[in-house]
Design a protein around this ligand. Structure first.
Ligand code: IMP
Length: 191
């Protein structure tokens, strides 16, 4: 089976993507590839960050690999936090800090529309290709559910009555930004 290193230190992303690629791609984690350390993400676009993360692995291993970068784009905040979603509440902030800051920023707002967007960068033989997934929904007024990670407890996708954190992983994966981007990656790899 095809082997790809996934350039992430986020165990939740690894779990989600592994479930989507089971039987299709053998995913190698950074630990299994013998890589450690913080991967830089200093670009000002999702595409730039995804490329930067995948390049970090490529430069160290010369092996085919991919990375994803995700942003939560909130209408009422002019698209923020967007590419800065990971450090929305500051440099060493937690998921919880980010959620608190977003809930506070959204207090009293009637337009609660938002979208998650993921860009995946695949580096194959040194060449980069990009795949994108997007899901629209809204920001809830409080946290709902225990599953998922990051902003999942406060994001409810359109046409659903529960947050991402209230869904089983396979349901989130079917409709999510990351799930849709991974589907495109799979289509590309299959052809
Ligand atoms: P990054 O792609 O790791 O830079 O993620 C940016 C920020 O969005 C981080 O704070 C993540 O926790 C959050 N995030 C990424 N993917 C998801 C998701 O699927 N659900 C909720 N939050 C996410």
């Amino acid at each position: 089976m095809r082997e790809l290193i996934f350039a992430t230190n986020n165990k939740h992303k690894l779990e989600e993507v592994s479930q989507l690629l089971v039987g299709k791609v053998n995913i190698v984690s950074l630990a299994d590839a013998g890589l450690e350390g913080e991967i830089p993400e200093t670009a000002d676009t999702l595409q730039g960050n995804a490329l930067q993360k995948a390049q970090w692995v490529w430069e160290r291993t010369g092996k085919d690999c991919f990375a994803d970068d995700t942003g939560l784009e909130v209408d009422a905040l002019g698209g923020a936090p967007g590419v800065y979603s990971a450090r929305y509440a500051g440099e060493h902030c937690t998921f919880d800090d980010n959620v608190n800051k977003l809930l506070a920023a959204m207090e009293g707002k009637t337009n609660r529309k938002a979208a998650f967007r993921t860009v995946i960068c695949l580096i194959e033989g040194g060449e980069a290709r990009f795949f994108e997934g997007r899901v629209e929904g809204c920001i809830l007024t409080g946290r709902y559910g225990e599953g998922g990670f990051g902003y999942d407890p406060i994001f409810m996708p359109d046409r659903y009555a529960v947050s991402f954190a209230e869904m089983p992983l396979d349901v989130k994966n079917q409709i999510s930004h990351r799930g849709l981007a991974v589907k495109q990656l799979v289509n590309y790899l299959a052809n």
